[in-house]
Ligand binder design. Sequence first.
Ligand code: COA
Length: 138
Amino acid sequence: MIKFKRLKGSDSNYLLIFKGKKVGGVKLTHCVYGIMLGSVHIRKNYRGRGFGDLLMKFALDKARFIKEESIKVSGPDYTPPDKVFLDVKKRNYRAINLYCKYGFQISYDTAIASIPSRQLAKKKTVTMPELWQMERPL
Ligand SMILES: CC(C)(COP(=O)(O)OP(=O)(O)OC[C@H]1O[C@@H](n2cnc3c(N)ncnc32)[C@H](O)[C@@H]1OP(=O)(O)O)[C@@H](O)C(=O)NCCC(=O)NCCS
């Protein structure tokens, strides 16, 4: 009844299918900083029914799998990814709650960290995205 399927033509986007319908999805990207989660979403009509939990459990299992596979094909000097991370809007309480439930913590305030130092030096007013980066160990 519930299954996860890789999106056709993509090697990193996964769909959550319930009774043959697309209910949500998530994207996993293996990069130098770890494994990044993106496009975490559950369609409106299906929210609040536990699908977000399923999606997050799937994403974390998949991230562990990606880590193990990357170790298998790498040499002795390889440093495997040691964290899962993502960006979230600061007012997105539902998503932040979900991420906290699965052990994510705020690691980085993009609004502060991404202001170029020369702009700070000139005391210019800059509009920055209201995002937090959150992460958890893998
Ligand atoms: C965030 C999102 C994925 C959660 O999916 P969901 O199917 O509604 O979540 P679930 O019903 O499985 O609930 C899982 C957890 O999410 C959190 N949560 C869900 N709905 C919530 C709400 N209305 N208020 C606060 N926390 C909420 C809770 O931690 C909940 O666990 P709990 O029931 O034990 O308290 C979904 O709301 C969504 O797709 N939002 C729009 C897209 C989005 O914001 N994506 C994140 C981008 S970073």
